[in-house]
Design a protein around this ligand. Structure first.
Ligand code: TRP
Length: 340
């Protein structure tokens, strides 16, 4: 057995949509950077979490594969990071029951996603639980299992997931309090939230933050002509070509700034401020910059999406490692609670 003092970082990626430029800049690249650092890292595709809303089986299977392919194409190294599918670790569901039995219902009532659904129903004059399935209600427990069954210390997530990590910490505390003297204690996990100031957000096609929920995103793996067409749709003001322009108020420039090399960004800024560059020209430049950055990634993505590609090997290998860890933890828990 390898004894390591390194901290373990773990995060889950819910496969509920087409990966877009905002995901790459805001989540994928920072997480890959973190995995290259000093931590032991485990990243997984939370396909069973997606099932709380996904009702189209082919779509769910496609997104699960496509999100996994995206992370590998973006540079995640599966030799360095344990990369797996949640559904390849069925031990998850045994621990999920144990946690359900030591978690107060009141704690789940206060979870944001459930509370939001309930408040919306009440505001609309409907039954408070209309349209709420038990998967949505139990979502935080499943997430606590994901984190604790791998004995993670650090959980890099967006601010919207912070409460879920706190719930996982609460559940670890309850378990440790009840059973901690029976040979096994869970590490108490902590969320790692990227500071808002890192500039890792992208504006979308309507100038608001690029997001699936606003439907204003640029997908990562569009063919070049389609990519160009979408870039042309980014709104701009009517400043005449010859007038000086403020780069920082332009969504086109902000996207360019995240994808072009620093010297190109500085030069483009100077040219916009001097006047004489039209928005159309800037959009063409952005389309070129994106194509150059994304083309190699797209090629790799497409190869990984082929049936029987390296993707399958990587997930099988990661799944086996994850499962072994989970089985070890579950054995200790079963013994501790009196089921062996
Ligand atoms: N709920 C997370 C999201 O929607 C995905 C997720 C599932 C997760 N299990 C996790 C994130 C465990 C971190 C750790 O983004």
């Amino acid at each position: 057995m390898i004894v390591t003092a390194r901290k373990t970082s773990l995060t889950g990626i819910k496969p509920t949509g087409e990966p877009h430029l905002g995901n790459l800049i805001g989540a994928i690249e920072p997480a890959i950077e973190m995995a290259a650092g000093d931590y032991e890292s485990l990243y997984f595709i939370a396909d069973y979490h997606a099932l709380t809303t996904a009702r189209d089986p082919e779509q769910l299977a496609h997104w699960t594969r496509s999100v996994a392919a995206t992370w590998l194409a973006a540079g995640l190294d599966p030799q360095r990071t344990v990369f797996y599918r949640q559904s390849d670790v069925p031990e998850t569901f045994e621990l999920s029951w144990v946690f359900s039995c030591i978690t107060g219902k009141g704690l789940m009532n206060r979870a944001h996603a459930y509370k939001a659904a309930r408040d919306a129903n009440v505001a609309a004059g409907d039954d408070p639980d209309a349209g709420v399935n038990m998967g949505l209600y139990n979502y935080p427990i499943l997430m606590a299992v994901d984190i604790l069954i791998m004995e993670a210390h650090l959980v890099p997530v967006g601010r919207d997931q912070q409460q879920h990590v706190e719930i996982a910490a609460d559940i670890a505390g309850s378990y440790n309090h009840l059973y901690g003297d029976r040979g096994y204690r869970f590490p108490v996990p902590e969320a790692v939230i990227p500071p808002e100031t890192t500039g890792h957000t992208l504006p979308g096609l309507d100038g608001r933050k690029m997001s699936k929920s606003y439907d204003n995103y640029i997908p990562l793996f569009l063919a070049a002509p389609k990519l160009r067409k979408l870039v042309r749709r980014i709104p701009t003001d009517s400043t005449p070509v010859e007038d000086p322009k403020d780069p920082d108020s332009s969504a086109v420039f902000q996207i360019l700034a995240q994808f072009a090399p620093d010297d190109v960004v500085a030069d483009t800024r100077a040219r916009l401020e001097a006047g004489g560059v039209g928005w159309g020209e800037l959009k063409n430049q952005l389309a070129d910059v994106l194509e150059e950055r994304l083309a190699p990634m797209r090629e790799r993505y497409e190869a990984l999406m082929e049936p029987g590609s390296e993707l399958d090997d990587a997930l099988a290998q990661g799944g086996a490692i994850a499962r072994e860890r989970a089985a070890r933890v579950l054995r200790s828990v079963r013994h501790a609670v009196g089921i062996s």
